[in-house]
Structures are given as structure tokens and as C-alpha cells.
Write a protein that binds this ligand. Structure first.
Ligand SMILES: [Zn+2]
Length: 330
């Protein structure tokens, strides 16, 4: 079976290359859901999970799974940055542009402007729009839904993924050319998902993400399936001012055994900072506030002022904490 193509591109001295996508379920109506991953070519969790999801849904759409049905049309683009994935590159390899800074794009523009345009055209008519990212190669994110100035509907439905955290953020006023921004001009609901770390696959995050997407499709009436586990989900909602970025006061070799998704007490150890030559401990980094570890640094070479971890607090923090300065990966 050949997949439809979003865009066909030619190159001066190599084979042409394409961006394929999946168009599944009943045709005719606009898609009920559109899912996009791999806008950044080294964020492999989303690429893997969306390709697996497409395979799973295609099987159901064919009718080969008795008792399971795909009731609405779903569009899936597992890998937008097709060349970046080959080179493990976040950006588009030829001109080093970040595709998530090119929206809404332009159909007669440069390559990445054309890619952005084509992705937007294929997804804007969907009611539910989901953009999957990992962090960068230095930072690991707990699988989470991110909402930016959400509607009431988005607040309610973000819970349906059953991911461990839904985190509201202020609108980023610096990066206004993301797909998330471009989607906001259309009727419907938008969700950004962050899961894991760029550069390789974290299978436990992938599994969680896969089942969360199936849960969402089932709970929104798109999919009838028997594959959901009955396990109790622990989903926490965090509004603005419930995100605390832990910033390093020292430089050194950062070592931590802490897993994302752990709740920590105030003063609990996050990790050690070693002197990379003498081997002694320069500092113990402790949680300044109690809460859920939603992200932690995995690159050990730490400079003063670097983001070490992000803690989601049960209660709103005093004063405005600027989390936009410490965003990763989108
Ligand atoms: Zn990304």
C-alpha cells in the first residue's frame, strides 16, 4: 500500500525526497484528529509512537480487529523533518532552519516554509490537533500535555490523555511561529505533548505515550477499542505559577539518580555536583520546593545558571516565575 504524500521535494544532487503521511478511517469529512511528530528530526519518541499508532489504527480500519472500529478520520504525520531524522538533526539539515519557527509557512517559499505550509494545510481542518515533541538531547521530560492560554474545552480534554501531568504555560511571546500558534487561528483544540529526551528512544515513555493517544482517541469517540488497560491513572493538573525551575548556582559534573515523575519533599536531594578533576562533591542540589519532578537534566556538564530540573508544585508559587526562559525542545 502506498501512503499519500504531503510534499514532494527535489534536490540538486540526490534523489527526490517526500513527506508521506497517513490518512485513516472514514473519508469525506475533515479529519477529527491530526497528529504530528518529528518536526524536530532528533525527537524520536514521537516519531516511533506515531508510526506505531498509524500501524495500529490502519489495522483496525481494515477491519482485521473484530470488535474494534475507527469511527472518524485521523491524519498522522509521524515524521515532518524527514531529512533531519536521517542525520539525527533537530533542524532541517540543508539550511539549519527550525521547522517549528517557520509556521504558518508559505507555499511558494523556501523548502522549510513549504514544509510548514503543507503540514498546516493537512492538519488545520482537524478538530483535535496534537503536536508531539521530546525535549532536547540534554533534558528529559516526563510525558506531559502542555497548554498555552487554553480554552475551557482544552483544559477539560487535556485530562483525557491520562498522562501524569497537564501543565499550563503562558503563551510564548518570542516563538510565535510554531505550529501550535498557527493552529490557534482555526476552530478546534490544540495540544502539545512533551515526552522524554531527544536523540534516542526511551521505551517506557513511548509505551505511556502510545496508550495515552489511544485513550484520547477512545474517549473522544474517534476509536472503539479493547486495548486500553484498566489501570488507575494518576493525572495531575498544574496551572500557571505551579512550575518551579531549579537553576544551578555552580558549575560541575551533575549526577542524579532521580527519575522523572517522582514526588520530592522540600530539601530532598536532586543530585550531586562533582568537581570533574578532583572528584569531590562541590554541591548537593536539593529541591527548594516540594512537588512532582516533571523534567530533569541528563547532560552532566553543568554551568552556573543552567536548568537542573523542573518541579510542579501542588499550590501556586508566590510571585511570577518566568518558565519561558527555561523551556526546552519545542
Ligand atoms: Zn521539538
Amino acid at each position: 500500500m502506498t501512503s499519500p504524500l504531503l510534499l514532494q521535494m527535489t534536490a540538486p544532487l540526490r534523489e527526490d525526497f517526500d513527506i508521506p503521511y497517513h490518512d485513516l478511517g472514514p473519508t469525506g469529512d475533515p479529519p477529527r484528529a491530526a497528529l504530528v511528530a518529528g518536526i524536530h528530526g532528533n525527537e524520536l519518541n514521537g516519531v516511533f509512537v506515531l508510526s506505531r499508532l498509524a500501524s495500529f489504527l490502519a489495522d483496525i480500519a481494515k477491519g482485521s480487529q473484530p470488535g474494534q472500529r475507527l469511527l472518524k478520520r485521523v491524519v498522522i504525520i509521524p515524521a515532518v523533518n524527514v531529512l533531519g531524522i536521517n542525520l539525527r538533526s533537530r533542524v532541517w539539515p540543508f539550511d539549519k532552519t527550525d521547522i517549528n519557527r517557520m509556521f504558518p509557512g508559505y507555499d511558494a517559499g523556501e523548502t522549510t516554509q513549504r514544509i510548514a505550509w503543507a503540514v498546516l494545510e493537512a492538519t488545520r481542518a482537524a478538530y483535535y490537533r496534537i503536536d508531539v515533541h521530546s525535549s532536547n538531547t540534554e533534558f528529559e521530560e516526563l510525558p506531559q500535555v502542555r497548554l498555552y492560554e487554553p480554552s475551557e474545552q482544552e483544559r477539560e480534554n487535556a485530562i483525557l490523555f491520562g498522562l501524569p501531568a497537564v501543565i499550563e504555560r503562558a503563551m510564548n511571546t518570542v516563538f510565535t511561529s510554531t505550529i501550535g500558534h498557527a493552529w490557534r487561528w482555526n476552530e478546534g483544540e490544540n495540544f502539545v505533548i512533551q515526552a522524554g529526551q531527544a536523540g534516542d528512544l526511551q521505551l517506557h515513555h513511548c509505551e505511556r505515550l502510545f496508550f495515552s493517544l489511544i485513550a484520547f482517541l477512545q474517549r473522544t469517540g474517534i476509536l472503539e477499542t479493547t486495548s486500553l488497560s484498566e489501570e488507575e491513572e494518576d493525572c495531575q493538573y498544574f496551572s500557571l505559577n505551579q512550575t518551579f525551575p531549579v537553576i544551578s548556582q555552580n558549575a560541575g559534573l551533575f549526577v542524579s539518580r532521580l527519575e522523572v515523575g517522582r514526588w520530592v519533599r522540600s530539601g530532598e536531594l536532586i543530585g550531586f555536583l562533582y568537581d570533574a578533576f578532583h572528584g569531590h562533591i562541590r554541591a548537593e542540589i536539593k529541591a527548594p520546593v516540594p512537588g512532582l519532578i516533571s523534567g530533569i537534566r541528563r547532560q552532566p556538564l553543568l554551568c552556573e545558571g543552567d536548568l537542573v530540573a523542573r518541579i510542579q508544585t501542588r499550590h501556586a508559587l508566590e510571585g511570577q516565575v518566568d518558565t519561558s526562559l527555561h523551556s526546552h525542545g519545542q
